[in-house]
Ligand binder design. Structure first.
Ligand code: SF4
Ligand code: SF4
Length: 407
């Protein structure tokens, strides 16, 4: 598709990338078939082809209306459209750049801007989100059941583990550390059984995904550099990987190299960090799991987060690992669709998010599993809000010191 970039945007540092992405789209519309918001709302402008068209208009005229921003905001950034697109259009990247410009051209109303700012001031900061969760836990009894199910129930398991020669970095994350510290605690125990020490570094911070998705790239770069600085000594000391237990963080860390490629001080280090990053399923797929103990018995519905299946292109690995240790994996309809969590989407677009959640749970529960498992804290909490069936991180099902009824 031919594009003529507006003169006011010609000096934008990412304009060549934008132009090339826009040109790669042939407007065939195949992507609409798998877009959750297009399926729900039935509006061309709430599908990927329509959103690309809106962004093309914006880049060609140098301006946009609040309507453009509204349709871009409704996008989940699930990247299902990228999996479907036969032309390899990098929609997610285009959207990230497009949102920042659309927001500058068409500033948000005060309340919407304040809500976004507040979320960015709390969720990505481990101590602040930790305080909010602690307070909510104290008030647990008066909160709705859907919120109660999202709050942590057990204390972090700080087991003393052996020090092994093999070592990996295990990012603590922000929301996951506050809501479900037992995920990384279980990960440390599993890796210990495999003869690997997982190092958690206090100084690391949010991966930057929330800022990036809210069109605040400078803020995201600040988080990224903080993490690189925190992890670098362990990388130099021989860490063989950076293991992510949250697929939304994993995809972000894998992008560090791309995001800082023009930064003279950080480009090389960022590329190395991205190269080292692996989702925990990728890491465990190359390990011998026989030391993890007896066969397990439970029927599992696994929801692969969009950041795992569409963003990182990891499909089937988790199911295969769970099968290896004896779990029965259930197949269900529309496994490719988003659960509606999508970062802060469930707060910013509650109606669409709720509909997606109900559809997802209907499918996940259709064969009456014992447990729903997933691979990202956002999806995990979102799904917990809608069902009494236990929802856990799949990794916890491998912990040899827990049985599947007590994960
Ligand atoms: S993004 Fe891909 S599938 Fe969608 S309209 Fe463009 S070329 Fe077709
Ligand atoms: S990222 Fe997801 S919601 Fe957004 S246009 Fe693509 S398929 Fe639709």
């Amino acid at each position: 598709m031919q594009t003529i970039i507006h003169k006011s945007l010609k000096k934008h540092p990412l304009i060549e990338e934008v132009d090339s992405i826009l040109r790669s789209c042939v407007h065939c519309g195949f992507c609409n078939a798998t877009c959750p918001t297009y399926q729900l709302l039935g509006d061309e402008l709430d599908g990927p082809r329509g959103r690309i068209y809106l962004m093309k208009q914006m880049f060609e005229t140098g301006e946009n209306s609040s309507q453009t921003l509204k349709h871009l905001d409704r996008c989940l950034t699930c990247r299902n459209c990228e999996t479907t697109c036969p032309s390899g259009v990098q929609y997610g990247r285009l959207l990230t750049i497009g949102r920042e410009i659309a927001e500058k051209n068409s500033p948000r109303l005060a309340f919407a801007a304040l809500l976004r700012w507040s979320l960015r001031q709390v969720i990505p900061h481990r101590k602040r989100i930790g305080l909010v969760v602690k307070l909510a836990t104290k008030l647990r009894r008066i909160l709705p059941a859907s919120v109660q199910r999202q709050l942590p129930t057990s204390k972090n398991n700080d087991a003393i583990l052996d020090r092994h020669q093999r070592m990996v970095i295990l990012p603590a994350g922000c929301a996951q550390d506050a809501f479900a510290p037992d995920i990384n605690a279980d990960c440390r125990i599993i890796l210990d059984k495999l003869g690997v020490t997982a190092v958690e570094i206090d100084a690391d911070s949010c991966c930057g995904a929330m800022s990036e998705h809210m069109a605040k790239s400078a803020e995201a770069h600040h988080f990224i550099k903080k993490n690189i600085n925190a992890w670098w000594p362990s990388i130099e000391a021989g860490a063989e990987a950076i293991i992510s237990t949250a697929s939304a963080c994993g995809i972000m860390i894998k992008d560090y190299g791309k995001l800082l490629e023009n930064d003279p001080d950080y480009a090389e280090k960022a590329a190395r960090v991205s190269e080292l990053c692996a989702d925990v399923s990728e890491f465990l797929s190359n390990e011998d799991l026989s030391s993890l103990g007896d066969k397990k018995t439970a029927r599992i519905s696994f929801h692969a987060p969009c950041t795992l299946q569409h963003g990182q292109g990891i499909t089937g690995s988790v199911e295969s690992l769970l099968s290896q240790v004896g779990y029965d994996i259930i197949e269900y309809n529309d496994a490719h669709l988003c659960c509606g969590s999508a970062g802060a989407y469930s707060i910013l677009q509650p109606n669409i998010s709720k509909k997606l959640l109900l559809n997802k749970l209907d499918n996940l529960l259709s064969e009456q599993p014992d447990i729903i498992a997933t691979a990202n804290i956002g999806c995990l909490l979102h799904m917990r809000s809608g069902t009494e069936t236990p929802v856990v991180h799949w990794l916890q099902l491998l912990n040899p010191s827990k049985d599947s009824k007590h994960v």
